[in-house]
Design a protein around this ligand. Structure first.
Ligand code: SAM
Length: 848
């Protein structure tokens, strides 16, 4: 028997509302905390918020007496009971197998359901993006948590905090928020999100031009100062390097006059492979198309003079379909680094490019200039003057940190671009260095202004808990440094021109550094994408929308050994296997952040690069092979989870997010090897898994509405510490326990409106609850049952319950019944069939 009070998340969750809000959140940009600083694989805030709430609030079934003592609720339940009994009678008459044993609803059950519906309504309001700062909605949630936690809001800890979504949502709910991560960039994001803002809560800005506004909530004052000093930096930067960003003369046909440049578009060049033209640098460009907007088409036309051995570029507006198609392909001749020489028509192979790049013969040529036109973008032919200005830039410093030799995530080193500094043009380096220097200078200016505005001259640093002028100046400079990070994302030679939306694509369009052939060089002083003020503005909007309802602490630590404060609640989202190389990728930002904030956080930025050896990512290139990488990952993850299980509170369940790889979901379904292995690590770490909630962040409605068995892309595991007295049972006893306990649990999930598509993943929770409650389940040869086998047995029981009679049949027949139920005689998706087969422990070839 459980000695603790069950929490809502151990029984039910309004998945549909959470999934819809999570999916919607993806399209929200302005003011979304993810725009403060780039981080990979962030969890949706809506999901984190709902999970935390449901993890802390009691499930109504754990306070039935209290519910029935409430006369209003009791009367409501009495009125609903007859209807529920009638529905039960009806379903009982038609159900067979385990479903026929669904328990008769009682007055207690109905009271519990009514109360759950009330809690669901709170969650449904809570997850809406527009309620993120709605104090009335948030306070209602906080009050509910307080009620379940003896009047106090417990601390929440995320030992894999990354972009900080979980601690941030804890703080929004008024819970003392703790986060840690191995990675210094993630730690800085955590500090900027949950630790620094509460230190300056409700403070007025200190800059000299403050207009008499009455009240500044949360971090609004801090946000206003970041904006002010961001503008200050722009002015200073313009004075220093404005000459490197000349305006462009517009041709008469498009309005004439001078205009600000938004971006310069370059193509990389290599010597022609044709010996007759070996002295000519030819462009390698993926596309010459600049705008494919209907009626506003624009492209680059290369003008070749074979005699003079020259190539010039001019802008063309409009054109025939054939011309556009040719422009679209640039000088590409196939996938990857395969091009053709536009002067000799010979093939440019990847080998040719690599050897040119490695011998320093890869160059760049200006092919177009994008200006701010009257009615949109104005495309102008390149000029020697613009090229000369760009090449005149002489950077004083560039990051020398080498990119890893891992072509899966890093393509540029194959083309001689070995260091992170090689990813920038000289002019980009000059601009980034200028803004970097200015972050230091502005800190002095802010400190002086803050003292004039009345902040104390206490010399205590921000990292030591200071709150005076010095600490405040350091705090503002952290957000300005984040502006610099954003600028590095928009001002590298990995950025490209999006010819559909006519904007710049940032460096990290995906979780890798790709090679680019034609690239953009944005103007940080324009008023378009990637300009400096824009880079600052993202952070300002996020800061102004933060809810600093509790203190926050973020530190750098390895999750395998981190200490937790007493009575901490764990909610965490560990790295999934080898999906993302956080440490390798984040060195791109680390090398720019280090010079600007090392003096503010010397411990975090003391290392040469981000720590790699303890990072729990199964990277074969780092660990000397696939098997050693897998063993490293599993061992480390088990240690980290065991550490949580040992040190966290007994009163609350822990929640752990598990992200499925798309290919894993498609190929193996709910008993996939990755998932089973992860569950096994959780169970071996001393946790019993008592709930599994599928979360969808994409196309939630479409997938559920179409009724397919598509699986969600991540699952929240709800875990309780295993009882010290856990027994050992046999396979037969396990199956009997499943038969006894799964039907009422599934009935509860059905009452809680879990969509049929979500049922297989949701039902794993109660099934694993049975399995992991025991010390071990023994097979007939006395070997312990694996999680994979347990998952298959759970699935069989689920089928039996849902299908009424399916459990009586063998696995092939159960597969066939479910398949025909879903598809009739019509066609079905192979991936879905594959999922169904594997979930039943059968090989697909036997049934197709
Ligand atoms: C999936 S991400 C967390 C994302 C986060 N929940 C969010 O929404 O932004 C996993 C994190 O684990 C961190 N990590 C990897 N190995 C670690 C270790 N040994 N100790 C602590 N953190 C680690 C990575 O740096 C990464 O930030």
């Amino acid at each position: 028997m459980t000695a603790y009070k069950k929490k809502l998340i151990e029984v039910a969750l309004p998945l549909e509302a959470i999934n819809a809000a999570s999916a919607r959140e993806k399209s929200i940009r302005h003011g979304h905390p993810s725009t403060l600083h780039l981080w990979w694989a962030r969890r949706p805030l809506a999901a984190c918020r709902a999970v935390l709430f449901a993890q802390l609030v009691d499930d109504p079934s754990s306070r039935v007496d209290e519910l029935l003592a409430d006369s209003k609720l009791r009367a409501h339940a009495e009125a609903e009971l007859p209807e529920r009994l009638a529905a039960w009678e009806n379903s009982k008459a038609s159900a067979q197998g385990a479903a026929a044993n669904a328990p008769e609803p009682t007055l207690e059950d109905v009271a519990v359901e009514i109360e759950r519906r009330r809690l669901f309504e709170i969650i449904e309001e809570l997850v809406k993006w527009e309620n993120s700062t709605n104090e009335e909605v948030l306070e209602r949630a906080r009050a509910e948590i307080r009620k379940s936690c003896g009047g106090e809001l417990p601390a929440v800890y995320d030992p894999f905090s990354g972009g900080g979504s979980i601690p941030l949502e804890a703080q929004r709910l008024g819970l003392p928020a703790y986060g840690s991560d191995l990675n210094p960039v993630a730690v800085m994001i955590g500090k900027a999100t949950i630790e620094i803002p509460p230190k300056f809560k409700d403070k007025e800005p200190i800059h000299p031009d403050v207009k008499g506004r009455q009240f500044y909530r949360n971090a609004e004052g801090l946000a206003e100062d970041v904006k002010y000093y961001g503008e200050w930096m722009r002015e200073k930067a313009w004075d220093r390097i404005g000459h490197l960003y000349p305006q462009v003369e517009l041709p008469k046909e498009i309005g004439g006059g001078q205009t600000m440049v938004i971006a310069w578009i370059w193509a990389r060049t290599v010597p022609s492979p044709d010996p007759a033209f070996a002295d000519v640098q030819v462009p390698i460009a993926s596309s010459f198309l600049l705008s494919r907007k209907a009626g506003k088409e624009a492209w680059v036309e290369p003008i070749i003079d074979k005699q003079a051995k020259t190539i010039a570029y001019r802008i063309r507006y409009g054109g025939t379909k054939a011309e556009m198609a040719t422009a679209k392909d640039g000088t590409k001749a196939g996938r990857g680094a395969n091009f053709r020489c536009i002067i000799s028509d010979t093939a440019i192979t990847p080998k040719h490019i690599t050897s040119a790049a490695k011998s320093g013969k890869m160059g760049q040529v200006l092919i177009a200039i994008v200006g701010e036109g009257k009615g949109g973008r104005a495309y102008v032919s390149p000029s020697a003057e613009h090229e000369t200005v760009a090449f005149s830039a002489g950077p004083s410093w560039k990051p020398e940190q080498r990119q890893p030799k891992n072509p899966r995530w890093f393509s540029p080193p194959a083309y001689g671009m070995d260091t992170f500094g090689d990813l920038f043009t000289d002019r980009q380096l000059v601009a980034l260095n200028t803004f970097s220097d200015l972050v230091h200078e502005v800190r002095t200016q802010i400190e002086a202004d803050a003292q004039r505005a009345g902040l104390s001259s206490d010399p205590t640093a921000l990292r030591d808990g200071g709150k005076g002028a010095k600490a405040y100046a350091e705090a503002v400079s952290v957000y300005l440094a984040f502006g610099l990070s954003k600028a590095t994302d928009y001002h590298s030679s990995i950025t490209t021109w999006h010819n559909g939306r006519e904007i710049i694509r940032n460096t990290f369009g995906r979780q890798a550094l790709p090679m680019t052939w034609d690239f953009t060089e944005a103007n940080p002083f324009s008023s378009s994408t990637g300009n400096w003020l824009n880079c600052i503005e993202w952070g300002v909007k996020t800061l102004a929308a933060l809810v600093t309802a509790a203190g926050g602490t973020e530190r750098q630590h390895d999750a395998q050994t981190v200490d937790y404060p007493p009575e901490t609640v764990i909610s965490t989202d560990p790295p999934y296997y080898d999906n993302i190389g956080y440490a390798d990728l984040s060195d791109f930002f680390f090398c720019w952040l280090k010079p600007v904030i090392r003096s503010v956080y010397p411990e975090i930025f003391g290392s040469i690069a981000t720590p790699k050896s303890e990072e729990l990512v199964a990277t074969p290139y780092r660990h000397g092979g696939k098997d050693t990488a897998e063993a490293f990952f599993l061992d480390g993850m088990s240690k980290a989870i065991a550490n949580m299980a040992r040190l966290s509170s007994d009163r609350f369940p822990a929640t752990i997010y598990y992200a499925f790889k798309q290919s894993e979901v498609a190929q193996e379904g709910i008993s996939s090897t990755g998932w089973a292995t992860f569950l096994q690590a959780v169970v071996e770490a001393g946790y019993a898994v008592v709930g599994t909630w599928p979360l969808r962040t994409e196309m939630a409605n479409r997938m559920i509405a179409s009724g397919t068995n598509a699986l969600a892309n991540s699952v929240v595991l709800v875990c309780r510490k295993k009882e010290a007295t856990a027994e050992v049972i046999t396979r037969a006893e396990f199956i009997r326990a499943l038969k006894r306990e799964l039907p009422p649990a599934i009935a509860e999930l059905q009452v809680a409106n879990i969509a049929p598509a979500d049922m297989p993943q949701s039902a794993i929770g109660p099934g694993m609850g049975v399995f992991s409650r025991y010390k071990a389940v023994l097979e007939s040869d006395d070997s312990p049952m694996s999680v994979k086998t347990a998952l298959q047995l759970i699935n069989r029981e689920l089928d039996e319950y849902l299908g009424g009679i399916q459990g009586e049949f063998d696995a092939d027949t159960r597969f066939a019944i479910t398949w025909f139920e879903q598809n009739g005689n019509g066609k079905g998706d192979y991936g879905v069939a594959d999922n169904l087969a594997r979930a039943r422990g059968i090989e697909p070839p036997r049934v197709f």
